[in-house]
Unconditional design. Structure first.
Length: 544
């Protein structure tokens, strides 16, 4: 009959019984009792042989749960090591923490020459390393060094949120290397604390086994020094340094970004972990991905119909954004036109050529050049050419029109996902507080030239004229409204179906009418009709 101080062996697994018997303190030199039916405890070699002969476990051992229920939260590996180190040498298998850990991870397969992480933390702490083989000692040292490394909680999100305006600011100010490190550190800060420890950043970005490896420790120190004060602030501490990450508003102000425009874009982490050229290409493509439009299920159903493939509705609701010139992109991003085309090919940005349709002219090559063609040649220069409508998409078949090139339209890049705007309004309000109105030129109005519909183009023009008339009555300075041409999709494919045809509304002053009421010449296909800037003209254009 065992005493109350002894633990019955029936409550312990076979592996635990063998290990406990192998490492019990040696008995004094007293002749053993001659008790029938009770065997002597095995030696260390016999216990090792028992461990090697046991088959791999396929299920959890039946541990007692009536008196030792598992805790509500599972401890980490470092907490488990600290708990075991505080226990006496004769305890360990009756620990609640160890019981919960075994239930969570299961029993590992036992090898005669190797020791796994579960075996190290399940063995009694009174083991002498000299009694273990050399290969087992190396395995124990590797496990202990891994458990002492700083734990890194990798984010569950599969995409990194990037604001296109900040991405272009990184390219314009040539801070791509430190900027992508800032984006990765914000991605690591999944709880949103605004702080990342230096040891955690090093373990996540410099470890060879980390899925977010970016560079070595030496390069990381260089990037931290390069981005100090712009992207983060480093605080020195006795235990571990901390990196306090700056918010989007503060980084945008440091990069000279006055306002966040467009929809945020989600980038896969692999887009920023590759070569610096790929990172620059993806940051440039976020501008096009943020301007791209999304199609609803009803619009997709219309596009599947063959009779509607060439309609203006499909062209207006395509995923491509509005046309934008290469010079404008170069001014926004600081990337030349040749590099823009190379970046678009690298990340798979879809582009579409656009042409504006003008007046109908004589088809004969020997016909004299009229005044309308001369005026267009002065305005458009080398971009002007003659377009012949063989199938009659815009009027009579075989008619010839004046046409000129417009900027290209671009779609989203490969792998980019649209993200919700979230706090973008709040960030813009903070940027407005950081920048003084008028100092950065934000009082200048940007004129819109491309519209999805003809009614929208004329309505915006009329609203602009009405606002200018109201301002002229309340001030002594009369500001003339801008008469830049407006464009909208006219429907029908262009040459070989690889471009989009746009109608044009050119505003001009009519000498026979008052100076404060301009007219709009609507040029759509073979129709050239002066329309007064009023409600009648709006209705006539809207029915077109």
């Amino acid at each position: 009959m065992p005493s109350h101080s002894e633990t019955p062996r029936t409550h312990l697994p076979p592996v635990a019984q063998a290990v406990q018997l192998a490492h019990q303190p040696a008995a004094p030199a007293v002749p053993p009792r001659q008790t029938t039916g009770q065997a002597a405890p095995p030696t260390f070699a016999e216990a090792a042989a028992i461990l090697a002969a046991l088959p791999p476990a396929t299920d959890h051992y039946p541990l007692p749960t009536a008196h030792h229920p598992p805790p509500a939260t599972q401890p980490s590996l470092a907490e488990l090591a600290r708990s075991l180190s505080a226990l006496p040498s004769h305890l360990g298998w009756g620990s609640e923490t160890l019981t919960a850990h075994l239930r969570k991870s299961g029993q590992r397969s036992v090898d005669s020459n190797q020791v796994t992480a579960a075996d190290v933390h399940s063995l009694p702490l009174s083991i002498d390393p000299a009694q273990l083989p050399s290969s087992s000692v190396k395995s124990v040292q590797s496990v202990v060094s891994f458990s002492s490394a700083p734990s890194v909680d990798f984010p569950s999100s599969s995409h990194i949120k990037v604001y296109p305006a900040i991405a272009l600011g990184l390219l314009r100010e040539e801070r791509t290397a430190a900027g992508r490190l800032w984006l990765l550190l914000r991605h690591l800060d999944a709880p949103g604390r605004g702080m990342v420890t230096l040891a955690g950043a090093r373990a996540a970005l410099c470890d060879n086994t980390s899925p977010l490896r970016l560079c070595g420790w030496r390069r990381l120190r260089q990037l931290l020094a390069e981005g100090e004060g712009v992207f983060w602030t480093r605080r020195h501490r006795a235990g571990d340094d901390r990196l306090w990450l700056h918010g989007p508003a503060r980084v945008a102000a440091a990069l000279g970004v006055r306002r966040l425009v467009g929809r945020p874009v989600g980038l896969p982490p692999a887009a920023l972990l590759g070569p610096i050229g790929d990172a620059r290409a993806h940051l440039y493509a976020t501008f096009h991905s943020g301007r791209a439009k999304e199609m609803t299920s009803g619009e997709l159903q219309v596009t599947n119909e063959e009779r509607a493939l060439n309609s203006s509705f499909v062209i207006r609701h395509s995923p491509l954004g509005m046309p934008i010139a290469r010079d404008t992109l170069a001014e926004l991003s600081g990337v030349c036109a040749r590099s823009q085309a190379a970046y678009e090919r690298r990340v798979g940005v879809a582009s579409q050529a656009n042409i504006a349709l003008g007046e109908r002219v004589a088809a004969a090559p020997s016909a004299p050049i009229g005044p309308a063609e001369q005026e267009r040649a002065w305005q458009q220069g080398r971009a002007l050419f003659r377009l012949r409508d063989h199938r009659g998409h815009h009027g009579r078949p075989g008619a010839t029109y004046l046409a000129w090139r417009l900027p290209n339209a671009y779609g989203p890049a490969r792998g980019h996902q649209p993200r919700p705007k979230g706090r973008q309004k709040r960030i813009n309000r903070r940027l407005a507080d950081l920048f003084t109105k008028g100092m950065t030129g934000n009082d200048e109005r940007i004129e819109k030239r491309f519209y999805p519909t003809a009614a929208g183009a004329i309505r915006n023009y009329e609203l602009r004229i009405r606002n200018e008339e109201t301002n002229a009555r309340s001030s002594f300075v009369t500001r003339r409204p801008s008469l830049a041409p407006r464009h909208w999709p006219a429907g029908g494919p262009g040459r070989a179906g690889h471009c989009c045809v746009w109608a044009t509304a050119a505003g001009q002053r009519n000498r026979s009418k008052p100076a404060d009421r301009p007219t709009i010449d609507v040029i759509a296909g073979n129709q050239f009709q002066p329309v007064s800037a009023g409600s009648d003209g709006l209705r006539s254009v809207g029915r077109r």
